[in-house]
Design a protein around this ligand. Structure first.
Ligand SMILES: C[C@H](O)[C@H](O)[C@@H](O)[C@@H](O)C(=O)O
Ligand SMILES: [Mg+2]
Length: 394
């Protein structure tokens, strides 16, 4: 039997959490006065949804092969991404062998170079690429980590991102990353509150539990430097995404400014091997954090990871559910992974892309056995109760 070809590519949208995990209801920790580049506008300070962090929603890419197998993936992209899939990218897939993943990636990237390169176009390419890997795994009846060359560890370990590192510690996670709540516009008082929150958490978790701060692009170099210096006495392990993604020069300076031993991390809003080459060659950070649903997909993340390995940088992907778990399992320079606490009070473990993926594994006691990832493809199915909408039906 020859290699199946791709028969249909379909793009759907979904609302309500899932891959667009910032799309939550009121009262969720992830939308509670978190510092952002928009925090200089008081009207947009309390909730990131007010400035539109959740406008896109989820893109679902479904790829059906000539043998009837269907692969899919979800990422952040919604209706504009569905347009790009149906009106532009589908032409590079339909009729092509399911194994031609590299060629398809290159044609998707080169053909959108005049309007893509980063942001939603690369999110969209990522979604298509992840669906291709899911399809190939389902056709070959192998989990994606095996398609990537196999796991280098039998168990994944996780740090937790959320408002309650103290609870994460009790749940067995190896560390806790807190959102930064106050940006430069709130002045010295805001800086003091940021440090007080960190001090309180350090008091609760003791001296050895990892504590990190996620600044979500909200700071300037001077503020980030003062925050890092002030946070040092509370044993801050890393300061994350302190500056806007394009400020490579600022990151290089911050890395020189932070106290010895403190790590500088970034990358979740960076894209492709070229973007990460800039971060690595300009000495911007110690750990890169690509999101596999936003950086170009698995095909691109493998390239990014090899580049990072040559620079002795760790690759700790931004939390993206099974799509990063299968990758992390296979990389020596990805010794741990992120788990986003999507329970509104960060007080229990729920699947990261809840409610969209049936069979989505979660860490138990902060760890995940490789055996939890042994189903074909990414090992998940779409929740049939989720209302799919296909805005650009062909
Ligand atoms: C907690 C942060 O503000 C973001 O919401 C988070 O998604 C991301 O930055 C992360 O690193 O998990
Ligand atoms: Mg982050």
């Amino acid at each position: 039997m020859g290699i199946p070809t791709i028969k249909h590519v379909r793009a759907f949208t979904l609302r309500g959490g899932g891959a667009d995990y910032h799309d939550q209801a009121d009262g969720h920790w992830i939308d509670d006065h978190i510092a952002t580049p928009m925090s200089k506008y008081p009207e947009y300070r309390q909730s990131r949804r007010t400035f539109g962090i959740n406008v896109l929603g989820t893109l679902v890419v479904e790829i059906e092969a000539s043998d009837g197998t269907v692969g899919f993936a979800v990422t952040t992209g919604g209706e504009p991404a569905a347009y790009i899939v149906e009106k532009h990218l589908a032409r590079f897939l339909e009729g092509v062998r399911v194994t031609d993943i590299e060629k398809i990636w290159d044609q998707m990237y080169q053909s959108t170079l005049y309007y893509g390169r980063k942001g939603i176009v690369i999110n969209t390419i990522s979604g298509v690429d992840l669906a291709l890997w899911d399809l190939l795994g389902k056709i070959r009846q192998e989990p994606v980590h095996q398609l990537l060359g196999g796991a280098v560890r039998d168990e994944l370990q996780f740090y937790a991102t959320g408002a309650r590192p103290d609870l994460a510690q009790k749940m067995g996670f190896i560390g806790g990353k807190m959102p930064l709540h106050h940006g430069p516009a709130e002045g010295e008082e805001g800086l003091r509150k940021n440090l007080e929150e960190l001090a309180t958490m350090r008091e609760r978790v003791g001296p050895d539990f990892w504590l990190m701060l996620d600044c979500w692009m909200s700071l300037d170099l001077n503020y980030a430097t003062k925050l890092a210096v002030g946070a040092h006495e509370y044993g801050l392990k890393w300061i994350e995404e302190a500056l806007p993604p394009d400020d490579y020069w600022g990151y290089a300076a911050l890395r020189n400014n932070v106290p010895k031993g403190m790590l500088v991390t970034t990358g979740e809003h960076e894209a492709t091997r070229w973007g990460f080459r800039m971060l690595l060659e300009m000495g911007c950070c110690d750990i890169i954090q690509p999101d596999v649903g936003w950086c170009g997909g698995l095909t691109e993340l493998v390239k990014i990871s090899a580049l990072a390995d040559a620079h002795n940088a760790l690759v700790i992907p931004h939390g993206s559910s099974v799509y990063s778990y299968h990758f992390v399992a296979t990389r020596h320079n990805s010794p741990f992974a992120e788990f986003l606490m999507m329970a509104p009070k960060a007080d229990e473990v729920v699947p990261m892309f809840h409610p969209q993926l049936l069979g989505e594994p979660v860490p138990v006691n902060g760890r995940m056995r490789l055996s939890a990832l042994d189903q074909p493809g990414f090992g998940v199915t779409l929740n049939p109760e989720c209302q799919l909408h296909r805005p650009y039906n062909r």
